[in-house]
Ligand binder design. Sequence first.
Ligand SMILES: Cc1cc2nc3c(=O)[nH]c(=O)nc-3n(C[C@H](O)[C@H](O)[C@H](O)COP(=O)(O)OP(=O)(O)OC[C@H]3O[C@@H](n4cnc5c(N)ncnc54)[C@H](O)[C@@H]3O)c2cc1C
Length: 389
Amino acid sequence: MRTQVVIVGAGPSGLLLGQLLSVHGIANVILEQRSPEYVLDRIRAGVIEKWAADLLDDAGAGARMHREGLVHQGIEISFDGRRHRVDFDALVGKSVIVYGQAEITRDLMEARAAVGAETYYEIADVSLQLDQPGRSSVRYGRHGRVQEIQCDFIAGCDGFHGISRKSIPEHVLNCYERVYPFGWLGILVDQPPVSPELIYVNHERGFALCSMRSPTRSRLYLQCRLDDHIEDWPDARFYEELSRRLDPHAVGALHRGASIEKSIAPLRSFVAEPMRYGNLFLAGDAAHIVPPTGAKGLNLAASDVYYLWQALLEYYRERSAAGLEAYSSQALRRVWKAERFSWWMTSILHCFPESSGFDQKMQRAELEYLLSSRAAMTALAENYVGLPY
Ligand SMILES: Cc1cc2nc3c(=O)[nH]c(=O)nc-3n(C[C@H](O)[C@H](O)[C@H](O)COP(=O)(O)OP(=O)(O)OC[C@H]3O[C@@H](n4cnc5c(N)ncnc54)[C@H](O)[C@@H]3O)c2cc1C
């Protein structure tokens, strides 16, 4: 079997790249180790930059997002028990769309089915053959048999734990990492949001976030310890702790419904450089991870896909490899800026167990400056809505 591009992983990066390639006539096959139901069940990101939304439109998968997504023109930051609005529209004239990752995944899966492109789900033992210049292939197990696809290029879109990054020889990769000493305990609940916009809370008991997926579905988070277990957090305890961290007005608007999902996510910053090895190109979480505080994970996956899609178009249309040569450095420039923003948002909003009195004073000064300075708020808004591609 032969195709032009093999894509490993059917998360947002793989599905978006596959769809952009398919609608522009570039043949591709996606290999995914999980079932479609499992992929759709993962509750993750929910804030979409305009750039990522535009890409979904380019892929012909944006219609439902525009119908059902919530356009947000700002966020609120709660500090010292008072809420302060960061008005994206007034500061930078842009907005974001709140629309769940699971919905984006569903829209991309349907768009892919409509163009008749192949995705093989529940495949096993993927291995990449990268050693021969100009010739690549991917082996995998399907229906109990080992199969192989020859291709021009491989897109490693298989997330942080995938095999693509691990297939690159160790001496070629430079990895940069920060693991944070806390996690996020999140619940999904079929109740209206506390407020029409996201509330990011800095509180002496720890960070909290009131987010949403729709006008009737809330996503609520608490900073928690790394050794916490979800069994230790029945809904009643979750709401009690959240109420302690919110301002009184927000507490009054909190609907305490039964959670329909509950999970703990550790927080990490991670970048692997370069994002290319021969004919293998990494995109999305396979190459980098951000803590979710800046809502950048999915959006960064989309910008990688944009650069890679453009480079592949240039290769097939103009027979020029210039875009492919530039892919890693171009993508990494934006990756590091989003890493910086996510790290900064995390550092100003969370309680760090090891922080000294000086560190705590610095965090206060940072927040007081941010919330009193139009220039500082503009910088936040510019990054939150997403830096241009
Ligand atoms: C628990 C959690 C919560 C998150 N919350 C947020 C949030 O609130 N906001 C935000 O912006 N971002 C969030 N993120 C990050 C965001 O979801 C990711 O950045 C985004 O999913 C990246 O998409 P991706 O396609 O690159 O990787 P993934 O979504 O990880 O997709 C990779 C795919 O590859 C498949 N795969 C893995 N290994 C193999 C293999 N060997 N063979 C074949 N297939 C393989 C996986 O099954 C998966 O389907 C969260 C992430 C996690 C894990």
